[in-house]
Design a protein around this ligand. Structure first.
Ligand code: ADP
Ligand code: ZN
Length: 632
C-alpha cells in the first residue's frame, strides 16, 4: 500500500513533510474535513494533492484563479500527475474531452472555478464519478469583508449538502480570526479540524520609510539592493501604475504594468512574462498577485499605503516563497493617510463597514509609526505572541489587537533582528513642546488649512497665502523655526496617524484637532515621537551587493570555480523551460540546482536522491542535466 511519505519522495522528490502537512494529509485520508491556515509558501498544495492521489476518485480543487489554472495544471503534469481543469476558457470540444477523461477515471486532480462548479450540469456530472476530496483554495474569498470577496464562493456551502460523505479542505493564507470564522460559518466547516501555522516569514525583511521623494527613494532601493531581481511594485491607482512602469523602464529596468483597466490579453501577457522571464518588475494595483506562486520574487515595494495590515501582509507575503532573503519595502507619507481616509469616507459601504475599515487603516498606520519590532507587531495583530514564533502552532483565538490605538506598542524584549526597527533602532524624542506649538497654530488658523501652509506659518515663511489670510499677524507665526520642514511634516504625520489630528474630508484635507489634544494642550500628557533619521543606512543584511545574483551566489557558497557550471545548469533549465513552455522554476527550483552543484550526481540513481527530483522529472530531465554535469 502506498503511503503519503512514499508519494512525497516518489512524485515530488522531497524527503520530509513540513510543519503540519502530514497530519493534515492523514486527516483527509481518514475522510475528515480540515481548515488549513498557512502563510504563503508554507506548502498548502501538497496537503490536498497527496490525499487526492491516495484516495480513490478525482480530487476537485475549487480555485478563483482561472488565469492561473493552466499554469497549475502544467506544473502538476511535469510531476507526472494527471491534472486538468474546467473553466470558461475551454472550447466545447475541450470540455467534452475532459468530461470523458473524468468518466474513465483518468484524472487525479481537477481544477474548477466556483461559478462553474455550482452549475446544475457540473453538479450532475460530479455525482456520477468517484470523488476523493474537495479542496477549496483561497478560501478567504468567501469573506465579504475581505478585498478578494467572490459572491460565487458563498454558494460553496452546497458541497456539504450534495456530497456529505466526501472530505473537504479549505485553505487560505489570510490569518485573521474574523475571516477564519466566516470561512467556517459560510462553508459549514464547523466540524473540520483546524490547522494553524505560524504566519511568521523570517526571510522577509520588513522596512517602512517616510516618503520624501518616492521615485528617488525607490530607485535607490532597487539600484543598491535589487539591481537584477524579480519583484513587485504596488501602487494605488491605475494611472500611477502606468506612469511608474514607464518611468522604471526609462531607468533601465524591465518593468511591466498590470491593472484591471488593461485588456485581458495584456494582463495575461505581462503575468506570463513575469513568471517565465527573469528579472522582471511588475508594477501593479492590488489586482495582481493572488495565486502567483513564483518562488523567487525578491522584493515587494509599496509606493502607496495599503488599506489594512491584512492587505499589507498578503501583498508582502508574495516575496521570498523559496525561503531565501527578500525585502518588503514601503514608503508612506501624510498624503497617503489623507487619500485613503477620503476614499473610505466617500465609499458606498454601510456605517458598520466603514467603522471596520477605519479600524483597519488605523492599525496599518500604527505599524508605520511604531518604534519597536515590526514583525512582532504584525504577528501580534494576527494573534501570535512572540513565544509562539519559534513553534509552528499559534494561538490565534484572541481578537486582533489594535496597533493603531496604543500610542506606542510595548516593545518586546527582543526584536526579530530582520526589520528596519530592529536593524536601526529608532530614537524617540520628547515632542511635547513642538506638538503644542503645532496644535495652537492649527487652532489659531481656524482648522481650515493643510500641512504645507501650517508648516509655512510655523516657520515664519512669507507666502502669498500667508499674506492673503494675514497669518503673519498670528501669535504662532514663526514660533517653530527650530525645526525644518521635513521635521514638521513628520510630526504632523505621526500625530495624524495616532489620532491627535483629523483630516477634514470636505475641506481639501484641512487638519483639525481631536478630543485627544486636550491633555496635551494642558501639558498633562507628554508626547514621544520617532526621530526621523536622515535616510536609513541600508540595513546590514542587504548592504552593498544587496540581493543581487552575485550576493545570492555568494550566500549559497558557490565557489568562483563553480560559476561556469552553475550558469550551464541554469542555461539547461532555461532551454528545457522554453521547450516545455513553462517557467524555469517549474522544471527545477534554484535549491535543486544548487543541490546538483554540490552533490555532482553521476548517475540517474544519484540524481534521484536530490531534493525536488521525483521520478517523472528524473525521466524527463535527468539525462540533460547529467550531460551538463559530465561536461564540467
Ligand atoms: P502555498 O502554501 O503558498 O500554496 P505551495 O504549496 O505553493 O505554498 O508550496 C510552496 C513551495 O514549497 C512549493 O515550491 C513546494 O513545492 C514547496 N514544498 C511544499 N512542501 C514541501 C516539502 N515538504 N518539502 C520541500 N518543499 C516543499
Ligand atoms: Zn524586528
Amino acid at each position: 500500500m502506498t503511503t503519503p511519505q512514499h508519494i512525497l519522495k516518489h512524485t515530488f522528490g522531497y524527503d520530509h513533510f513540513r510543519g503540519q502537512q502530514e497530519t493534515i494529509i492523514q486527516t483527509l485520508i481518514n475522510g475528515q474535513d480540515a481548515l488549513v491556515l498557512m502563510p504563503t509558501g508554507g506548502g498548502k498544495s501538497l496537503c490536498y494533492q497527496i490525499p487526492a492521489l491516495l484516495r480513490a476518485g478525482t480530487g476537485i480543487v475549487i480555485s478563483p484563479l482561472i488565469a492561473l489554472m493552466q499554469d497549475q495544471v502544467d506544473a502538476l503534469t511535469q510531476l507526472g500527475i494527471r491534472a486538468s481543469f474546467l473553466n470558461s476558457s475551454l472550447s466545447r470540444e475541450q470540455v467534452y474531452a475532459t468530461e470523458r477523461a473524468l468518466f474513465s477515471g483518468g484524472i487525479d486532480l481537477l481544477y474548477i472555478a466556483p461559478e462553474r462548479l455550482t452549475q446544475e450540469r457540473t453538479l450532475q456530472l460530479l455525482k456520477q464519478i468517484p470523488i476523493s476530496l474537495f479542496a477549496i483554495d483561497e478560501a478567504h474569498c468567501v469573506s465579504q469583508w475581505g478585498h478578494d470577496f467572490r459572491a460565487d464562493y458563498l454558494q460553496l456551502s452546497l458541497l456539504h449538502e450534495h456530497f456529505p460523505q466526501i472530505p473537504r479542505v479549505a485553505l487560505t493564507a489570510t490569518a485573521d480570526s474574523r475571516t477564519r470564522n466566516e470561512i467556517i460559518q459560510r462553508l459549514q466547516l464547523q466540524s473540520a479540524q483546524q490547522f494553524t501555522s505560524s504566519f511568521d516569514r523570517p526571510n522577509i525583511q520588513y522596512r517602512i520609510t517616510p516618503k520624501t521623494s518616492p521615485r528617488k527613494q525607490l530607485l535607490h532601493f532597487l539600484r543598491t539592493e535589487h539591481p537584477s531581481d524579480s519583484g513587485i511594485v504596488y501602487c494605488l491607482s491605475r494611472s500611477k501604475v502606468d506612469d511608474t512602469a514607464a518611468w522604471l523602464s526609462s531607468e533601465g529596468f524591465t518593468a511591466l504594468p498590470y491593472h484591471a483597466g488593461q485588456t485581458q490579453e495584456m494582463r495575461a501577457l505581462h503575468q506570463k512574462r513575469f513568471l517565465v522571464e527573469e528579472n522582471i518588475i511588475i508594477v501593479a494595483t492590488i489586482a495582481f498577485g493572488m495565486g502567483i506562486n513564483k518562488p523567487d520574487v525578491r522584493f515587494v515595494a509599496h509606493l502607496d499605503l495599503p488599506k489594512s495590515l491584512e492587505a499589507y501582509y498578503q501583498e508582502t507575503g508574495r516575496a521570498g516563497r523559496d525561503g531565501k532573503p527578500a525585502t518588503a519595502w514601503l514608503a508612506y507619507g501624510l498624503q497617503d493617510v489623507i487619500k485613503l481616509r477620503q476614499m473610505l469616507e466617500g465609499s458606498q459601504g454601510s456605517e458598520q463597514h466603514k467603522r471596520v475599515e477605519r479600524h483597519k487603516l488605523d492599525a496599518m498606520l500604527g505599524l508605520c509609526e511604531i518604534t519597536s519590532c515590526r514583525r512582532h507587531a504584525l504577528l501580534h495583530y494576527f494573534g501570535e505572541t512572540p513565544a509562539d514564533l519559534d513553534g509552528t502552532t499559534a494561538s490565534s483565538d484572541q481578537t486582533p489587537t489594535s496597533i493603531g490605538k496604543a500610542p506606542l506598542i510595548a516593545a518586546h524584549a527582543q526584536g526579530c533582528g530582520n526589520c528596519d526597527n530592529c536593524l536601526n533602532p529608532v530614537r524617540t524624542f520628547d515632542a511635547t513642546i513642538p506638538t503644542q506649538k503645532l496644535l495652537s497654530c492649527i487652532y489659531r488658523t481656524g482648522q481650515r488649512f493643510g500641512s504645507q501652509h501650517l508648516v509655512d506659518v510655523l516657520r515664519g515663511e512669507s507666502t502669498e497665502k500667508i499674506s492673503q489670510f494675514r497669518h503673519e499677524q498670528l501669535s504662532t507665526y514663526g514660533i517653530g523655526k527650530e525645526l525644518d520642514k521635513t521635521q514638521w511634516l513628520s510630526i504632523l504625520r505621526q500625530l495624524t496617524a495616532r489620532g491627535y489630528l483629523n483630516v477634514d474630508m470636505e475641506g481639501f484635507g484641512a487638519l483639525q484637532l481631536t478630543e485627544r489634544c486636550r491633555p496635551v494642550l494642558r501639558s498633562e500628557e507628554r508626547i514621544l515621537l520617532r526621530e526621523e533619521i536622515p535616510q536609513p543606512k541600508a540595513s546590514s543584511r542587504h548592504k552593498q551587493t544587496g540581493n543581487s545574483l552575485a550576493k545570492r551566489v555568494a550566500e549559497a557558497n558557490i565557489a568562483e570555480a563553480d560559476l561556469p557550471l552553475w550558469e550551464a545548469l541554469r542555461g539547461c533549465r532555461r532551454k528545457l523551460a522554453e521547450q516545455q513552455k513553462v517557467p524555469p522554476y517549474v522544471i527545477f527550483h534554484d535549491s535543486t540546482l544548487l543541490n546538483m552543484l554540490e552533490q555532482r550526481p553521476r548517475t540517474l540513481t544519484e540524481m534521484r536522491e536530490l531534493s525536488g527530483v521525483g521520478v517523472t522529472k528524473l525521466e524527463r530531465y535527468g539525462d540533460a542535466f547529467l550531460e551538463v554535469l559530465r561536461e564540467y
